[in-house]
Design a protein around this ligand. Structure first.
Ligand code: MG
Length: 451
């Protein structure tokens, strides 16, 4: 059977690789495998209305009923699915991809992305076209649910010290990327007593303000607004607001692992012997924080869905990714940009320090990333010789090979889509990081020659 789900749901170009027919049939397959009441939502992308109507038609035809929450962040839908007693959730989104993309994410009854096994069942039905077709009297119905966004905001507020944040009267600029983060975070921040200035807050699938990925190069307007209005912090979301990136009062964009580390310090120190779950691509900063808090790290493969499932399985206190994705299980075992934003302003309020000063208190590391081209036919064969070459070294082999040194590490992983391996390195100086990345490259080249 072919595959239709990628590492994070289905994502493809609108009316090109992702057609209405395909979304309709995929939804018929989803409704065949997960039959019951299904909540749906979408972000502001082009095609969101078109595809969500196809999703509704497909699901209803199998006898499912639908609760349409309207546009909201992916983690908002994930939060609502178990609270509405739904068997599943379907989000129409392509997260941070370019504007020409859209896609679907499917969640189970617990609000967490379905497993690979369930994806496989849905794919089988999709390719065999073995859809359930409901009898005329069993076709489902559509309900709306008007208070999903306020329920979600209340859910987030339960996990932060609201009076302490309100007392500080912070000024925040929220850049919602012309998408669904704008429906939540400005209201959440206002209810936390902040003065809120909104940027790119009109929902618009052309993304006129900036590209939906919150990279520093896309946040120049946010940085300059934060500086010019004298705000305490800037908050930027990606297209479906499961991530938040922060800008300090000087307009400097924080690295994702820095905001994650600030939250980790606070969460892990609440309890002795906490557990932190993070992909092997995360760096030393997170290890230092965990060591200092006497917490244990469980490494996983790269990918937010893997982290979510590991959190559910282990009951760990926190999950996080180096791109700024933070998973706070008492709220949701999935990344949540608005929850992350509430946690950062809580830390600023309680510590009563500017973000830049909080970040200065963290250890500093330097990193480098390169791509090493590999003949397509050798890409998947490389792991074995690399394991052989590195067998005497301290390493983690959960996803690619990560070599651990006293003052740094280097990770070698095959690209999911391109004929290349990626090499990431991190160390206490830029020179050492550059040397480690070269070492990774030479190991890959030696391995190519061994095949
Ligand atoms: Mg996202």
């Amino acid at each position: 059977m072919g595959r239709i789900f990628g590492t994070n749901g289905v994502r493809a170009t609108i009316n090109d690789d992702l057609t209405v027919d395909m979304v309709l049939n995929l939804s018929r397959a989803i409704g065949t495998v997960l039959n019951g009441t299904i909540a749906i939502s979408r972000d502001s992308r082009m095609g969101g209305e078109m595809f969500s109507r196809a999703v509704v038609s497909g699901l209803l035809s199998t006898g499912c009923s639908v609760i349409d929450l309207g546009p909201m962040p992916t983690p908002g839908l994930q939060f609502m699915v178990p609270r509405l007693g739904c068997i599943a959730g379907v989000m129409v989104t392509a997260s941070h991809n370019p504007p020409s993309f859209n896609g679907l994410k499917v969640m189970g009854a617990n609000g967490i992305e379905i497993t690979r096994e369930t994806e496989g069942l849905i794919e089988d039905v999709f390719f065999e076209k073995s859809f359930t077709i409901a009898k005329w009297h069993d076709i489902g119905s559509v309900q709306s649910y008007e208070t999903a966004i306020s329920d979600y905001i209340e859910g987030i507020k339960k996990h932060v010290d609201v009076p302490a944040i309100q007392e500080r009267k912070l000024t925040v600029v929220v850049d919602g990327a012309n998408s669904v983060g704008s429906l939540v975070t400005p209201i959440l921040m206002r209810e936390l007593g902040c003065k809120v200035i909104s940027l790119n807050s009109q929902l618009d699938g052309h993304f006129p303000g900036r590209m939906p990925e919150p990279l520093p190069k896309n946040l120049l307007d946010l940085s300059s607004v934060v500086r010019s209005v004298g705000a305490d912090v800037g908050i930027a979301h990606d297209g479906d607001a499961d991530r938040a990136t922060f800008v300090d009062k000087d307009g400097t964009v924080l690295w994702g692992d820095q905001s994650f580390a600030l939250i980790a310090v606070r969460v892990l120190n609440k309890k002795n012997g906490s557990t932190l779950i993070t992909p092997v691509s995360s760096g030393r900063l997170v290890e230092d924080i965990a060591d200092a808090a006497d917490a244990r790290i469980l490494w996983t493969e790269v990918g937010s869905v893997v982290v979510s499932h590991k959190l559910l399985e282990t009951g760990a206190e926190l999950g996080g990714e180096e791109n700024g994705g933070v998973f706070y299980p008492p709220h949701l075992c999935a990344r949540d940009g608005a929850m992350t934003a509430a946690q950062i302003v809580e830390i600023m309020a309680i510590e009563n320090k500017p973000l830049s000063e909080l970040v200065r208190g963290l250890p500093t590391y330097f990193s480098t990333k390169i791509k090493v081209p590999v003949p397509a036919d050798k890409k998947s064969l490389l792991l074995e010789p690399i394991l052989e070459i590195t067998s005497d070294l301290d390493r983690i082999t959960i996803d690619g090979v990560k070599l651990m040194y006293d003052d740094g590490w280097v990770l070698m992983r095959p690209s999911g889509t391109e004929p290349l391996w990626r090499v990431f390195a991190e160390a206490k100086t830029q020179k050492e990081a550059d040397e480690l990345v070269e070492k990774g490259k030479s190991i890959i080249e030696e391995a190519i020659n061994k095949i």
